[in-house]
Design a protein around this ligand. Sequence first.
Ligand SMILES: NC(=O)c1ccc[n+]([C@@H]2O[C@H](COP(=O)([O-])OP(=O)(O)OC[C@H]3O[C@@H](n4cnc5c(N)ncnc54)[C@H](OP(=O)(O)O)[C@@H]3O)[C@@H](O)[C@H]2O)c1
Length: 259
Amino acid sequence: MSRGLAVVTGATAGIGREFAEQLGGRGYDLLLVARDGDRLARTASTIGAAHGVEAEAFPADLTLDDDVTRLAERIAGSPGLAILINNAGFGTQGRLAEAAPELQVAMVRLHTLAPMRLTQAALPVMLRNRAGAVVNVSSVASFIYSAGNANYCATKAYLTTFSEGVAAELAGTGVQVQALCPGFTHTEFHSRMAAMPARLPRYAWMTARDVVRHSLRCLDRGGPTICIPGMRFRFLVAAIRLSPRRLIGWVSRRRYDRV
Ligand SMILES: NC(=O)c1ccc[n+]([C@@H]2O[C@H](COP(=O)([O-])OP(=O)(O)OC[C@H]3O[C@@H](n4cnc5c(N)ncnc54)[C@H](OP(=O)(O)O)[C@@H]3O)[C@@H](O)[C@H]2O)c1
């Protein structure tokens, strides 16, 4: 029997695809969202067949208001909604003054406006059910600011802070919100922005499988709201939080000047 519906945005690759796999494996029906409709249909049929669950492809570009509205209406009208994974995202590299403005606007829409609207559509259903979870895929980058990544860090900071605020509103309701904050993870993310982070040792990377396992384990345990996969990244974030903000700017400028 189905455990309810899980909606996953950015479900054709990387962390989102892994969420679809693991949630399908746990017996959730799936509503999978991404722009590339053919790839999405293949992903839905492969995962649906592998786990014996309903998996529907919902092609949408979540930088577009109309597509977000369509998906929000679908979510609000799904009484069996159990999980929403706001995962779709992308990175860019370069100084804001030199970046393509339309891409930076798209990033703000995809990382902030879309998750906010989809969360708002999901919560009334989950509150009626007195159960459910929203996972906002943020980043370790949400705890820093960085030359060459100003908008990315700022949009992820929004997602982390937004998740903490909504989680505080939901205390005692049976509905959970998680800000999932991965560090470097092997996915298509870096190749899509045509930039591999320079000189990173192998141990600095995680797999999407381990990131998603950790996220779902955090949900199983009922928290914490901020979920950071990998001991090395938990240490890093603890160090960042203890560091003066000016030091973060100095380190990021030095790194950026060397790239
Ligand atoms: N990989 C890392 O090192 C890392 C670290 C920290 C946080 N993250 C975060 O993790 C999330 C997932 O990233 P990933 O690494 O798994 O990236 P990925 O492998 O590049 O996958 C991105 C997914 O998002 C979809 N997508 C992109 N733009 C979209 C749009 N406008 N509308 C709907 N779907 C869209 C893509 O499919 P289509 O192109 O078909 O739309 C794809 O399914 C992102 O929010 C990212 O910021 C990644």
